[in-house]
Write a protein that binds this ligand. Sequence first.
Ligand code: F6P
Length: 323
Amino acid sequence: MKRIAVLTSGGDSPGMNACIRAVVRAAVYNNMEVYGVRRGYNGMIKGDIFPMDSFSVSNIVQKGGTILKSARSMEFMTYEGRKKGYENLMNFGIEGLVAIGGNGTFTGAEIFFNEFGVPTVGAPGTIDNDLFGTDHTIGFDTAVNTALDAIDKIRDTADSHDRIFFIEVMGRDSGYIAIQSGLGGGAEMVMVPETDTSIEEVIDTLKSGWNRSKTSSIIVVAEGDEEGGAMEVAEKVRAHLPYADIKVTNLGHVQRGGAPTAFDRILASRLGAAAVKGLLEGRKNVMAGLINNEVVYTPFKDTITKSKPIHQDLINLVDILSV
Ligand code: F6P
């Protein structure tokens, strides 16, 4: 393989740039030509494809966002869109693709390969950490640290005013950011989509805290919790505890930006290089991930369909440590 392309797709995540840099530099190191595709699959469809070299990726290892920009492409979900994408890759003589993204990105890559046979190796770029086949996704550690910083600050004001705060973190289908930031921030409770936590349990936890002379509490809510986001949960609790001083903070997209942590930069660098190595070894339709600190290639179909459950011990630990 002599010429490959790289793209970032789906929700951006801190460390995507470090991963692009690793793909480009590993390709150059292996005497390959490398092209960048702007705005994910949309750029493939539009032919927004350009040559990159070592210098195109200078000074980006520390930057959040993605220099290639990202998109969730509706057009790539159609056969006509994918056909246009294929024709553009062929016009540029591209023989293999590195796709940095999450579930949606790999679903698209899998379908694209089955139809047009372009070998693709993925790197897991999402703050959600919800991909089977890697212990951590690129951007998760940074997002957790961003959330944690906010939780620490909110705790100061919660304590000063004897308040209950419901803090919403990202994760439509995944509670990884919630559980890690909740544990690290000493939350009284964490609500995640993976487990059912009733409003009664939330009220019991708050009351039992008051009985033990707790004057403030923090409850971290993943946006996809079955009881709703932080605002909805807070409303339901307020209906039962009208005398409580309840506030809500939604951390939102702040979790998606910022300079990647050392952990994310190193993970991104290893997996970007591993993706190129995978293509050179003739791998296709797999994601390069890190399991127990070793690079492992997992078929896209497994990363898409298999779940990576949150360890029950972590969920239990929140209860134990908020006693
Ligand atoms: O997949 C990453 C993520 O940040 C999720 O946690 C969140 O639900 C979603 O993307 C938000 O997407 P958008 O930025 O398109 O609103």
